[in-house]
Design a protein around this ligand. Sequence first.
Ligand SMILES: Cc1cc2nc3c(=O)[nH]c(=O)nc-3n(C[C@H](O)[C@H](O)[C@H](O)COP(=O)(O)O)c2cc1C
Length: 308
Amino acid sequence: MIDLSVDIAGVRLANPLVTASGTCGYADEYADLLDLRQLGGFFTKSITQKPRQGNEYPRIVETRAGMLNAIGLANIGLEAFVRDKAPLLRQLGIPVFVNVAGVQIEDYVAVAGRLDELDAVRGIELNISCPNVKEGGIQFGTDATQVHKIVSAVRAVCRKNVLVVKLSPNVTDITVTARAAVEAGADALSMINTFTAMAIDIESRRPILANRTGGLSGPAIRPIAVYMVHRVYTQVAKAAGVPIIGMGGIQFAHDAIEFLLAGATGLAVGTALFIDPGGVLGIRDGIADYLRRHGHTSIKEIIGTLQT
Ligand SMILES: Cc1cc2nc3c(=O)[nH]c(=O)nc-3n(C[C@H](O)[C@H](O)[C@H](O)COP(=O)(O)O)c2cc1C
């Protein structure tokens, strides 16, 4: 019997696979497409204090090896989430992490504080890395001083919940912001969010997305994500005992195993869910096959074992 369970700062996941924030709504939208109970955990889309309409359409465009999105944090807002979605999430039976976004630090603190009161929630994921909003978002995630400030403030109201900080890849050196998050009290890091990018309609000579730019995700970013996970694992996270939830283009078991070897403990799948929602269970089974083939009995035996 292969043990696929992992530990994210005290939260046990039956297997490392979770949903990447924003790609699986609040869970009920996917009920007919994928048995979410088979996953290790569920990450909601970003929640802000007030409801948000998000950006103008078009806000998604496919690229050759991925997609660009500029959703702009469209969501139902904190109170509707607490009233309508949290009770359903409680019934899921797997650990639920709520992704939190905002414009000012006070917004993040208010949302995180309220979520800490809910039984349905085991952790929050701090989205300080959204490239698709004009205020807040990525501004917090690209400056180490800001990262430290916001993580410290949220840490103070996050008593019960595990605090996961989601890092932006749109920086010169991701270990600097990772270190700031860990020093300010992050229990875990998730990485990476999308890369700011653009697609152009060559006939009209205009950007395709109404927001002009969007965040690039999917297979195109995977090798960069693997590299970043490895750097953060070896230079920051391993010594601090802080687990990493890796993501960026995971579509097949092979991709997931790369992230595990690079140092990720958890694995989030996002863009690939749009192609084949059930494929995530194939990834889980493929990891078990790999472990069996290499004579391992537990997934923990391979995390961070990249030979360099
Ligand atoms: C349509 C879409 C919406 C997303 N919305 C969010 C979001 O609300 N909050 C967030 O932190 N990340 C969001 N992301 C980023 C993903 O969680 C993930 O970090 C990124 O897409 C890389 O993983 P992937 O290549 O497997 O999609 C979104 C990504 C996509 C494609």
